[in-house]
Design a protein around this ligand. Structure first.
Ligand code: URA
Length: 457
């Protein structure tokens, strides 16, 4: 793999990036941040040069945090058109390095999920797709808030390490075919700054800002093809199908315009995916899936995404063959190689939490609702997630489910088990679950929502 410095990339660092040689006056800036903010505040369109400048000048520290906060809010309220979003994305890519996998002997394809509760799909998916001869460079993150992070999950495996050099990553892709590792700080640094700012200014849930944030990192990462898993429902950024469809369309267009073959699946996140939310619990469930024993929704979504990824990479496969590779041992062999390549011992016992508490059904009936967001918050409060990025996570903490919407339940039956090393956390986790589930009278027909809701290609 090679990395390229982008022509015209912003000098990194603080405001000194705008200074001339020592002792000289600072270089004049071609625009004034207040004019750019006013244009967007008043519902106007930003031109390409304004966008390039404002993203670059913010990365250099010339545009102040409060100015970018005002601009982000103006974008949140007034939106951006397709040309503006495309240019904004390119400007964020230009703020850092770009990876290049074109020297690999296999095609590359990546998957990105917009984040959900119990979303462990990357774990079985990357080895499954790699088992068909396609390289999967999966640059992942850690969890923040109620959604878990793939790296936190894998770090519950003894010895496994997330940080790889570019050379190690390339080697793993050539020899194993799948790598899940930490994204370097050199990819789209403008997005890293802006995302942290959006997080504290109420400007995360904006389609232009989410789409450009995700796609700048994915395009800079250099994958040839990309499949997006856009989550819809209480546990997702996008609560309704219409908004999720618009986000998916925006991201697919950005990828396609940048020469990356991109498709999106819209998938259900009204209830947790699978039966576990928490780091080691989700690794255990992923391994069960690869042994042919895991929950149906996890199997169905893994197969659906793998079929899309293989087609996007130019190696289309019959869905039955993909399903067989997932549950019949082929993905498991690749998983073991992938974990070993990064120092992990896939046969070592996974950590378990020291304390457990059960949530039981208070009457007979049919579970008619189990809210994804509430389960995510409970798992987070039990110690599976972090509130600040420097917090540590508990490997064994989380929520284990014993029923999903549509299942019959009996009074006194365990609906969930809460796991933590720190029992003082149980109270707040139980509070998060208040009103999160409903049991309808016995015999009520409860429709099970399919996991894949729509496709945008
Ligand atoms: N994930 C990202 O990387 N960026 C967003 O804006 C939202 C989710």
């Amino acid at each position: 793999m090679t990395t390229q410095d982008n022509e015209g990339a912003a000098p990194q660092g603080g405001p000194e990036g705008a200074q001339g040689p020592e002792g000289a006056a600072p270089a004049a800036e071609p625009f004034d941040a207040v004019d750019v903010i006013r244009t967007k505040r008043d519902g106007g369109l930003l031109d390409g040069a304004q966008i390039d400048w404002v993203v670059d000048a913010y990365t250099r520290g010339v545009v102040a945090e409060e100015q970018m906060a005002a601009l982000a809010m103006a974008i949140f309220l007034n939106g951006m058109d397709r040309t503006e979003i495309g240019r904004w994305t390119q400007a964020m890519i230009a703020s850092g390095e770009r990876l290049d996998f074109t020297s690999l002997s296999r095609p590359t394809v990546d998957k990105h999920s917009t984040g959900g509760v119990g979303d462990k799909i990357t774990l079985p998916l990357a080895p499954l797709v790699a088992s068909f001869g396609v390289a999967v460079p999966q640059l992942s993150g850690r969890g923040l808030g109620h959604t878990g992070g793939t790296l936190d999950k894998l770090e519950s495996i003894r010895g496994w390490r997330a940080a790889l050099t570019n050379a190690q990553m390339m080697d793993a892709l050539e020899h194993v075919g799948a790598v899940i590792c930490q994204a370097g700080s050199g990819l789209a640094p403008a997005d890293r700054l802006l995302y942290a700012l959006r997080d504290v200014t109420g400007t995360v849930e904006s389609i232009p800002l989410i789409a450009s944030s995700i796609m700048s990192k994915k395009i800079a990462e250099g994958t040839g093809a990309l499949v997006l898993d856009v989550k819809v429902g209480s546990g997702a950024f996008m609560k309704d199908l219409g908004a999720a469809r618009e986000l998916a369309r925006t991201m697919v267009d950005l990828g396609t315009d940048a020469g990356v073959r991109t498709v999106a699946l819209l998938t259900d996140m009204s209830t947790p995916l699978g039966l576990t939310a928490g780091n080691a619990l989700e690794v255990r469930e992923s391994v069960e899936v690869m042994h042919g024993e895991g929950p149906q929704d996890v199997v169905d979504l893994t197969v659906a995404l793998a079929v899309e990824m293989l087609a996007a990479a130019g190696r289309p496969q019959d869905p039955d063959d993909v399903h067989h590779a997932l549950v019949g041992g082929r993905a498991l062999d690749k998983w073991r190689q992938m974990i070993a390549e990064q120092g992990g011992d896939s046969r070592a016992p996974l950590p378990t939490a020291r304390e457990k508490e059960h949530v039981v059904a208070d009457h007979d009936g049919v579970l008619s609702r189990l809210d994804a967001y509430a389960v995510g918050v409970a798992a987070w409060r039990l110690g599976a997630g972090r509130a600040r990025k420097e917090d540590a996570v508990q490997a064994g903490a989380g929520v284990e489910l014993f029923a999903k919407p549509g299942d019959a339940v009996r009074k006194g039956q365990h609906l969930m088990t809460l796991h933590t090393d720190t029992p003082e956390r149980f109270g707040r986790a139980v509070e998060a679950l208040e009103g999160a589930w409903e049991i309808a009278p016995p015999g009520t027909a409860v429709e099970r929502t399919p996991v894949v809701l729509d496709r945008v290609g």
